[in-house]
Design a protein around this ligand. Structure first.
Ligand SMILES: Nc1nc2c(c(=O)[nH]1)N[C@H]1C(S)=C(S)[C@@H](COP(=O)(O)O)O[C@H]1N2
Ligand SMILES: [Mo]
Length: 198
């Protein structure tokens, strides 16, 4: 299996692989606002909506049939730990956006999740190959406490920008803020600028 290495993306931000103020860990701590939600593979549905040519919806089987890739990524948590060399498999954001056809007036994106969590990013920060809707971690199904069946990973941002248990992505014509962005965490979340709080 071929693995795309994106662990050099820090060069774009003129920073070291380990962002300032972070410490490296080999553990994978769990951070959730309210526990792990149940999901049912029979009724699970993932939707792409808003400023798109065609709104999309996928069952679990349909999503698993989409073209996927595996990437080697780093994971940076705003609470100060970074985990290097995570292998995540899934569908890239640009691939999914292309399937839906993004309208010209779309500028922003809101992700939603089964536990009620939301998080937002400018469209330009999403249209990057390393923004991945991922369902496998290091070759096995993504553990449910880490967002299984499906989560987003954003290695160019602190990890709260990646919704666990993601069930929808909405393209917006105006910026909006998600769960933590409304509660004092940085809207921009660049680890190499230590954009932790707003
Ligand atoms: N749906 C959902 N996604 C979420 C969260 C959450 O509470 N619910 N927490 C965020 C935060 S603050 C972090 S640091 C990462 C943690 O991911 P992990 O538990 O796999 O380490 O998930 C992010 N995505
Ligand atoms: Mo976090």
């Amino acid at each position: 299996m071929s693995v795309t290495d994106v662990t050099d993306l820090h060069e774009e931000f003129d920073g070291e692989r380990l962002p300032p103020g972070q410490r490296k860990t080999s553990k994978f701590p769990v951070l959730s606002k309210s526990g792990t939600p149940d999901w049912n593979p029979e009724t699970w549905e993932f939707t792409v909506s808003g400023a798109v040519e065609e709104e999309l919806s996928f069952t679990w089987d349909e999503f698993r049939d989409l073209p996927s890739e595996t990437q080697n990524q780093d994971f940076h948590c705003v609470t100060g730990w970074s985990k290097f060399d995570c292998d995540f498999t899934g569908v890239t954001f640009p691939d999914l956006a292309e399937m839906a056809g993004v309208q010209d007036d779309a500028v922003h994106v809101m992700f939603s999740a089964l536990d009620g969590y939301t998080t937002n990013l400018p469209l330009s920060d999403c249209m990057r190959e390393e923004v991945l809707f991922t369902y496998d971690f290091d070759g096995d199904a993504l553990p449910e406490e880490h967002g299984g069946p499906l989560r987003v990973v954003t290695p160019h941002k602190y990890a709260y920008k990646g919704a666990k248990w993601v069930d929808g992505v909405e393209f917006l014509t105006e910026p909006e803020r998600g769960y933590w962005e409304k509660r004092g965490y940085s809207n921009t979340a660049n680890p190499w600028n230590e954009e932790r709080y707003s």
